[in-house]
Design a binder for this molecule. Structure first.
Ligand code: AMP
Length: 203
């Protein structure tokens, strides 16, 4: 949710691994078929698969002027591979890593109410940011759907996976001196404002 606003504010390319996986699932590619099993279960797609995909994406010309990674890295091995990829493509190392600090109950409320546009990918929320007409995207008229992995049982499992595999990245990036945390509770717009303020010094 925040990545789309941050990318727009700083006019920077947004690369979301979840979006790339979902596009592959809809197109029925081999990568999509592999990823779907993990995604539906709320598990992480294996590091080799995910990092190979990111490596390929960061080699494209449009990534030369900087990028915002959304949803990657999600494990320490992915973060280590990212360092290598960045060196290989001749980019500068990461300027900043943004941690959105919010408690689990709030995460469950937000994800289980989230609705995504099948056509343009815009994200709405049934309580916090509802579209004017239920099930229809205000931006493009596309149909809204609930991601399988946003169903509440799967969200709980994703939180366990986060604690086990992703949370160690906080220490990893804090040690490198690039971690900035913001309070991510409250309305979407307030969080966006905090995120932009925290990132502005790096723009
Ligand atoms: P997201 O849209 O970022 O929540 O990602 C949706 C799902 O895609 C995740 O629950 C994972 O199954 C998969 N995925 C996305 N990014 C990664 C990643 N960096 N590593 C492994 N799996 C990922």
């Amino acid at each position: 949710t925040q990545a789309q606003f941050i990318a727009a504010q700083f006019a920077i390319l947004k690369i979301s691994t979840g979006d790339i996986f979902r596009a592959n699932v809809s197109e029925g590619t081999e990568l999509g078929v592999t990823a779907k099993k993990y995604m539906d279960a709320g598990d992480l797609v294996p590091d080799e698969v995910t990092s190979a995909m990111v490596r390929e994406r960061l080699r494209e010309d449009d990534a030369n002027d900087g990028f915002l990674l959304d949803g990657y890295p999600r494990t320490v091995p992915q973060a280590e591979t990212l360092d290598e990829i960045i060196t290989d493509v001749g980019s500068d190392q990461l300027d900043v890593v943004l941690e959105l600090v919010v408690d689990d109950e709030e995460v469950i409320r937000r994800l289980s109410g989230r609705r995504t546009c099948r056509n343009c990918g815009h994200i709405w929320h049934v309580d916090f940011d509802p579209p004017k007409q239920e099930g229809v995207c205000d931006d493009c008229g596309g149909q809204l759907f609930q991601r399988d992995d946003d169903k509440s049982e799967t969200v709980r499992h994703r939180l366990e996976v986060y604690a086990e595999q992703t949370a160690p990245l906080i220490a990893f990036y804090a040690e490198k001196g690039v971690l900035v945390g913001i309070d991510a509770t409250g309305p979407v717009d307030d969080v966006t404002e905090r995120a932009i303020a925290a990132l502005r010094p790096f723009a």
